[in-house]
Design a protein. Structure first.
Ligand SMILES: CC(C)(COP(=O)(O)OP(=O)(O)OC[C@H]1O[C@@H](n2cnc3c(N)ncnc32)[C@H](O)[C@@H]1OP(=O)(O)O)[C@@H](O)C(=O)NCCC(=O)NCCS
Length: 324
């Protein structure tokens, strides 16, 4: 590895440089994920992330050529999940920069686990795309092992849309309303309690990543009520930077969930069908989402039935940290 490179933590002032670096990486990696400076400010400048300890930046002179972040999301149920995210400029790949970043991230992730939750098992997670072999090789070489597959799915909204089956007479679909946001968070936690990789959300996490995020589209999000209580929901998001980069206005189905007692009554199918029509009405050309490729409770099956196709695959590679 070049020994003239400067290694330090990221700072808020680096955000424009991170945006440029991610842009350079995306030209090669083609993950379809784009970030503008405002997205990155939301991603990197929040209270749950301490950049001074939980990030690494690599500079060649003034240029940021690599970065990595270590992040804990949500509350701990039975496992403490620590996620790693990062990239290396395509012009500097194959020179050990990624190895150096990942080694620092793994070290920090283990320390975070030991500091915060030594009494439960920890799981360090990296999710490279399957079509980025360098990234996959890197995490394998560090001894992480593949655990789970995830699919990015897309549906072209210019193709005929399915008819939306009506809900049963005891159920009512209503628009998202902020007045129900606290209840919705608890319903989300309940609906996703058994879903692999979903962590319980506290108020801060919910506000940061779900209905308080700048991409959230309340007007395209729906709740289903039974006896005045929320029993199912679909939350939509729109990422401006993706639209600017690839010209597609995409409606992102971020989360769809039905409480266990209300499943298999067609609610999920109706919510997704309604969302497809609403997205087309809003002028979007595609509906997109990412889904657990191995879940045995529905998501993948409903999406395939409604015309979604797998666009990309990624794999969770993990290192398990023992209980101390
Ligand atoms: C996925 C989910 C939203 C489906 O909600 P739902 O209201 O049950 O959806 P539907 O009644 O329209 O079910 C549609 C199909 O999904 C499949 N399905 C739903 N629940 C299932 C279960 N428990 N076991 C097996 N298949 C299931 C079936 O194929 C079902 O069609 P069928 O009843 O005609 O066989 C719900 O199971 C859920 O909240 N899961 C946890 C969260 C999650 O995984 N969300 C999706 C990823 S974001």
């Amino acid at each position: 590895m070049s020994n003239h490179l400067l290694w330090r933590a990221l700072s808020r002032a680096d955000i424009p440089a991170v945006a440029r670096l991610l842009d350079e990486s995306e030209r090669v990696d083609e993950t379809s994920e784009h970030y503008d400076a405002a997205d990155l400010a939301e991603e990197l400048d929040d209270e749950t992330l301490d950049l001074a300890t939980d990030s690494v930046a690599v500079f060649d002179g003034q240029e940021l050529i690599g970065m990595g972040v270590v992040r804990v999301r949500g509350l701990v149920r039975d496992v403490h999940v620590v996620e790693l995210w990062g990239t290396v400029h395509p012009g500097y790949r194959g020179e050990g920069v990624g190895r150096g970043i990942l080694a620092r991230q793994l070290h920090r992730a283990a320390a975070l686990h030991a500091e915060r939750h030594p009494d439960v098992a920890g799981r360090i997670v990296v999710r490279p795309y399957d079509h980025c072999p360098d990234h996959v090789r890197l995490v394998r070489a560090a001894g992480l092992t593949p655990l789970r597959h995830w699919f990015d799915m897309e549906r072209d909204l210019s193709d005929p849309l399915p008819d939306v089956p009506p809900l049963a007479h005891d159920l009512e679909a209503v628009p998202y309303s902020a007045a129900r946001d606290g209840e919705l968070r608890l319903v989300y936690n309940n609906a996703f309690a058994a879903s692999f990789g979903a962590v319980e959300q506290d108020r801060e996490g919910w506000a940061q990543w779900f209905t308080g995020s700048r991409a959230f589209r309340p007007d395209l999000s729906r709740l289903v009520l039974h006896d005045g209580r929320v029993v199912a929901f679909l939350l939509s998001y729109f990422y401006e930077a993706d639209a600017v980069a690839d010209g597609h206005q995409e409606g992102w189905i971020g989360q769809v969930g039905t409480l266990p007692d209300f499943r298999r009554r067609g609610i999920g199918t109706t919510l997704i069908g309604q969302a497809l029509h609403a997205y087309r009405q809003a002028g979007f050309s595609r509906a997109v989402l990412d889904v657990d490729g191995e879940s045995d409770i529905g998501g993948l099956c409903i999406y395939s039935r409604l015309g979604f196709r797998v666009a990309r695959k990624r794999t969770s590679f993990v290192r398990v940290l023992p209980v101390r």
